[in-house]
Each structure stands twice: as C-alpha cells, then as structure tokens.
Ligand binder design. Structure first.
Ligand code: FAD
Length: 503
C-alpha cells in the first residue's frame, strides 16, 4: 500500500506517481503557503482550484483521496497520521531548494516514512544536466539546448542534425507587427465548481496584490488541453516572428499563456513540445522559426533554469554582484505612479491578471529595476508574488540572473537597454509623456539617463566584457563631448522622482 502525497504543483496524471494508479492520495491545502508573501489573488485561486479539481477527478476515478485543509503542512500531516498511523508516503522531489528534506522531517517526526522520487515536471534529469554542463558555473544554455534536442530527437534528423540545418532561428524572430495588427483572441474558461468560492475566500483571508475579481486561467486538465489546442491552432504560426514585440493594445500577442498550467502539472512539457512539432509537420501554416522558437523556450530555457536553480542555490537567492540595494519604487505596485507608458502598462497587466509576457518581464520590468539599481531580492519578491506562474525555482534564476545580472552564472552581460530598444520593439513611445530620443530634460525618457548612468556606475566591472565594447565606446563619446555629467544628474533626478512615487 503506497500513498502518494501530491503537492499543489505536481498535479500531472500523465507523468510521475499519479500515472501509476496509486492506492491512496494525500493532498494538503495549507493556507500558510499563501501568507508567506503578498501573492496575486489569482495565483492563489489558481493553485487551490487546480488542487481541488484534481482531487475531484481522482475521486471520480475511484482513487481514495485524503484532502486536508489546514493552516500548515505540519497540521495537515498531524490529521493524516491520526487516521493512518505510520503510513509510507511517496512524493516527487519538490523543485524548491531544501523542500524535500523539510518534508521528510515533517513526515518522519510523525512516525511515517517519505520516499522522494524524481520530479516528473521536467524532462532533463539532474544526472544528465551535470554530465553535460558540470556542476559549477558558468552554465551555457545554447549547448544545453542542443544536447536536449539530440537526446529527445525533437526537430533533429537521424544523423543528429537540426531540422532545417540550424539550431536556432532567432534572427527571423525579431519582427514588429504592422500598425493595424490584431492577434487572435485567447480562450476564456468557465469558473467551474471551485473558482467562485475560492475567489471570495482568497480576497477575505489573505493580504494580496492584484485584481481579486478577474480570473481566466486554466485550472482543470480539460481547460489546460483547450488552452494548448487554442495556442497551437491560432498563435503558434506567428509565435516566432512576434516573440519579442510589445503592443499597447494587446496583452498576449502570440504567446502561449501556458506557463501557469505547465508549472502545476496540468500540462507536461513533453506533450506540449510534441504537440507543437506535430502541428508543424501536419500543417503548412507553421513555419520552422516559430516551432523551433517555442520548443527552445520549453525544452531549453525552462529545463535549464530549473537546473541552474538546483545547482546555484542557496547563493542564487541572495546573489547581488552589482551591489544594487535600492528599494523597488512605488510604480511596481501602482501603475499610476509613473507616466512612462510602457512600464505603467506592464505593471497594470501584472495587476490585472498576474501575467506579462517575456519581453515585458525582461526589457521593461527588469530593465528598469536593473538600471535604477533596485535590489535583485526586492525585484524577485515582487515577481514571485505578482505572477500566476511564479515558483521559487523558476522566478529566481530568471529575475536574479537574467533580469538584473545579480549573478554571472549563466548570463555573460546584463540585459540593460535605453529607450531606443523600447521604441523599436514596442508601440508605447508614440503615446508616452516622455521622449525616447531625449536623454536630458524633463521630457527625456528615464530609460536613457538610467542606462548611461548604469554603464558609468559599473564601468570597472563591465567595460572589459568584450560584448560591451561597443556600448562603452558610445559612453566614451558622451564623456568626451562633456555630456555625461548632465546625463548622470538627470538619472539622479529620475531616481528621486521614482522613489517619491511620481515619475
Ligand atoms: P511563451 O512565450 O509562450 O513561452 C512558452 C513556454 O516556455 C512558457 O510557458 C514557459 O513554460 C517556457 N519558458 C519560456 N522562457 C522561459 C524561461 N526564461 N524560464 C522558464 N520557462 C520559460 N516563467 C515562469 O514560468 N515563471 C516565472 O515566474 C517567470 N518569471 C520570469 C521573470 C523574468 C524577469 C523573466 C525575464 C522571465 C520569467 N519567466 C518566468 C520566463 C517567461 O517570461 C515566462 O515563462 C513566459 O513569459 C510565460 O508566458 P507564456 O506561457 O505565454 O510563454
């Protein structure tokens, strides 16, 4: 007799211990999890609703499910072991650092045993990653991704060569949509049995940040399958070309919106990747650059981040190689605290649904924090609380490493940019109070002075980086022309205004 303890982000029935028809399942819905930080209310509704629906499906299929609603895991386990003293539990290795040991202690302290088995939410095993990349940084995503392609055979021929001759088609994936562009509408999901009550409970019970009334994320397996199907049918074809674009009137563009379902196990990474490849083979409207770009996000980046986190924790969480220590300015909690159209829009989107797409996360929300000098940990807390797909294993490497260059374990240079990039890849600047072409003066886009000031501040560390040579030659030009002092004064002014909640 084996009992599978199913955690809230381990809901797959295709992979892992639930696939093997367990005799009994234990689920503990611990309210304390939701009190740890100021989460987005929709994130809490999502996790609890997905757990309750999974419980209902299992019971409908005749599986005994013990579902404990408790304040803490310890309380839930107390109740469980009163009913089943000395039981042997199986759990998938949690992705969060140190969690497996904590769970084992909790179970053993109550007279039970806990068998920790591999986490089925990922495709690359720890041993495989360590064999390819070693256990010490620097880690290299591109070579990892190629190994994953060869290993799985996804988009690779019998001789191990990549489909179409290239491993990566990103040079075709930097287009901006035409002015009148409209992306296909995204699906809506029925509230179902649990969402309405949870929406109310979460709003009453927890200290949250985000719109408590809206909610339109998949919380059942059926809804997640529909979300996948809708993406493949309507958005996969243009996923590649418009992957890096940001539009003021379109919050999702061609993105899949699948991360929240993938990260709780309502969808599995292998089925998503295989379905995308099947669509590419079966249809003639899916170009290779789109399917390869999509496969890379899941087979490459998602897996890579999990292992970087595994190997770099616990140092990763507090990494701060640039010594950035400012608090996050108010505009991260209040979209009206800035006139910057792009940032106000991105923050508003996070507030509305706990989601912003990758370029908004990287080139707007992180880029501003990076050049402003906000602490990586403050930004990580904000992302972790604010997004429906955020879990410590995925948010931390993305924010601390990719977002603000708190570590160089896998990124060789910071993703810092001026308004030039924002103007090129978004349509926000046309309607913004700030001028993307100006660096000083009241109307100058804050991204410009912050960018040059950031480069000047970290010159000792970054100038020697060969990938930064060109930007430092531009900084030299500004210094030679006598412009740098005024630019840095403007950056100080921008920081004061932002810190005062009035940028
Ligand atoms: P799509 O653009 O459609 O991409 C497809 C899938 O690829 C995603 O669903 C996701 O599963 C995977 N993926 C793509 N990039 C990454 C990545 N860098 N790391 C991990 N998976 C990736 N992703 C999260 O799942 N949770 C987070 O908390 C999170 N925080 C982020 C914070 C920052 C600062 C940055 C730069 C990125 C973050 N990402 C995070 C990665 C990525 O932005 C999101 O996975 C993606 O935007 C989710 O939307 P989507 O499902 O529409 O993705």
């Amino acid at each position: 007799m084996t009992t599978v303890w199913v955690l809230g982000d381990q809901l797959s029935r295709r992979r892992g211990p639930l696939a093997a028809d367990p005799d009994r399942v234990l689920m503990v819905e611990a309210a304390e999890f939701a009190r740890r930080r100021r989460y987005h209310p929709q994130k809490l509704v999502l996790v609890f609703a997905a757990m309750r629906h999974r419980r209902d499906d299992l019971r409908a299929d005749g599986v005994e499910v013990v579902y404990e609603r408790a304040e803490t895991f310890a309380d839930g386990l107390d109740a469980y072991f009163e009913q089943y003293p000395g039981d042997d539990l199986v759990v998938q290795r949690p992705a969060s650092h140190g969690a497996a040991d904590r769970l084992r202690r909790l179970v053993e302290d109550r007279g039970g045993s806990l068998d920790v088995v591999p986490n089925a939410n990922f495709l690359c095993s720890p041993a495989q990653f360590d064999d390819w990349q070693g256990t010490e940084p620097p880690f290299d995503h591109e070579s990892f991704y190629r190994e994953m392609r060869r290993e799985t055979g996804y988009l690779v021929d019998e001789d191990g060569n990549p489909e179409g001759g290239e491993w990566n088609y990103d040079d075709q994936n930097r287009e901006t949509p035409p002015a009148d562009y409209e992306s296909p509408p995204v699906p809506s999901f029925e509230d179902g049995d649990h969402v309405p009550a949870l929406r109310e409970w979460v709003a009453d019970e927890f200290d949250t940040w985000g719109d408590p009334t809206g909610f339109d994320w998949p919380v059942t397996r059926g809804q997640a399958e529909r979300a996948l199907d809708d993406f493949l049918t309507h958005r996969l074809p243009a996923f590649g070309p418009y992957e890096d674009a940001v539009l003021a009137d379109d919050w999702h563009l061609e993105h899949s919106l699948l991360s929240s379902a993938l990260n709780v196990g309502l969808l599995d990474p292998d089925e998503v990747v295989e379905a995308a490849i099947e669509a590419y083979r079966a249809r003639d409207d899916v170009p290779l650059n789109s399917v390869e770009g999509f496969v890379r996000q899941i087979l490459g980046w998602r897996e890579f981040m999990r292992h970087v986190y595994r190997l770099e924790m616990p140092e990763l969480a507090s990494a701060n190689q640039l010594g950035a220590d400012r608090d996050l300015p108010a505009l991260y909690w209040d979209a009206d605290a800035t006139d910057m159209a792009c940032l106000s829009s991105a923050v508003g989107r996070v507030y509305d649904r706990g989601y912003a797409h990758h370029i908004e996360r990287l080139m707007l929300l992180s880029n501003f924090a990076l050049t402003y000098g906000a602490s990586p940990q403050a930004l990580n807390d904000w992302f972790h609380g604010g997004f429906v797909d955020a879990y410590h294993w995925v948010v931390t490497p993305n924010v601390v490493g990719m977002g603000v260059f708190g570590t160089d374990a896998f990124t060789t240079k910071p993703y810092a940019s001026s308004a030039n990039y924002v103007d090129r890849m978004t349509d926000h600047c046309a309607d913004c109070a700030f001028d993307p072409d100006a660096t000083v003066g009241e109307r100058a886009c804050p991204f410009n002075s912050l960018y040059w000031d950031f480069l000047a501040t970290h010159e000792d560390r970054l100038r020697s980086n060969h990938r930064m040579g060109l930007v430092y030659s531009h900084l030299d030009d500004k210094r030679d022309a006598g412009d740098l002092a005024a630019i840095r004064e403007r950056a100080r002014h921008v920081r004061r205004r932002a810190a005062a909640g009035d940028l």
